[in-house]
Write a protein that binds this ligand. Structure first.
Ligand SMILES: C[S@@+](CC[C@H](N)C(=O)[O-])C[C@H]1O[C@@H](n2cnc3c(N)ncnc32)[C@H](O)[C@@H]1O
Length: 247
């Protein structure tokens, strides 16, 4: 997970440095959208729009339930050529109710706890009234339990990733190799989540319906949260079912 994500980001950056002609593709609709988001009507398509916050690269796949959607990539790192270069802590200053969904994978842990709340309020602000947010973050409860059960120390390897071994400390504080090589502070993890704390944070940010799904095999937790009650179509799309919500 963490390693795969970072490898994708690194590959995307390397690729970009090597060849401009073969740079990662930014969908035309995304580029158009990035220019015109403030005036609305930036897409002639009727497809719903998902804002991928801290997406890193369009080469990093998002869940297949967004197939057919327009994806806008937002990132603070201009090197990855996002559609919107933006610090997600400032989303509240963007126009309201622009997007049908916000997808945010392995990004929320990159803010201090109080800033994370600001970011989530920003998500709520840019979502349409029937919109939802889908979050994935490392599950530190799960990592702690795993480490204690196996008597692991901070530097012990938790799992192997394509980018190299990921130790317990990398999941807690961020991938040391990436932080060192980039020299960029925003790759560090500044807070952490459990299924319960992710739910509480989403509720504090004002989301009406929150569903939390721990994925212990991936040391992560997924949450889906709605501004208003989810429709049956949304429940089906996202696999949201009250009985599956265990956080
Ligand atoms: C670990 S990567 C996750 C990439 C991708 N979302 C995924 O799950 O594969 C974290 C991303 O968050 C971005 N990021 C960090 N701080 C940010 C901020 N303040 N605003 C927006 N994006 C930020 C980084 O540039 C990076 O692309």
């Amino acid at each position: 997970m963490l390693g795969e994500i970072l490898l994708d980001v690194l590959k995307s950056l390397r690729h970009k440095r090597q060849s401009h002609s073969d740079a990662p593709v930014v969908l035309n609709v995304g580029t158009q959208a990035a220019r015109n988001t403030s005036v609305g009507g930036w897409s002639h398509s009727d497809a719903p729009v998902v804002l991928n916050v801290g997406g890193g690269s369009k080469r990093i796949p998002i869940p297949t339930h967004y197939d057919g959607w327009q994806q806008l990539l937002l990132d603070v790192d201009a090197r990855v050529a996002p559609d919107i270069v933006c610090d997600a802590r400032t989303l509240v200053s963007r126009p309201p109710a622009e997007f049908d969904a916000v997808y945010c994978s392995h990004n929320l842990e990159h803010y201090y706890a109080h800033e994370g709340l600001t970011v989530l309020r920003g998500f709520r602000h840019v979502l349409k009234e029937n919109g939802f947010v889908e979050i994935r973050v490392p599950d530190l409860d799960c990592v702690m339990r795993y480490a204690v059960t196996r008597n692991l120390s901070l530097d012990d390897v938790l799992y192997q990733s394509p980018a190299g071994p990921i130790s317990v400390i990398d999941v807690i504080y961020g991938f040391r190799q990436e932080i060192e090589q980039s020299g960029l502070d925003f790759f560090a993890h500044k807070t952490g989540f459990s299924p319960t704390s992710l739910r509480t944070t989403l509720e504090r940010a004002g989301f009406e319906s929150v569903f939390v799904f721990p994925r212990s095999d991936a040391f992560e937790v997924r949450a889906v949260a709605f501004k208003s009650a989810p429709t049956n179509d949304q429940r089906r799309l996202l696999g949201v079912d009250d009985s599956a919500d265990v956080g």
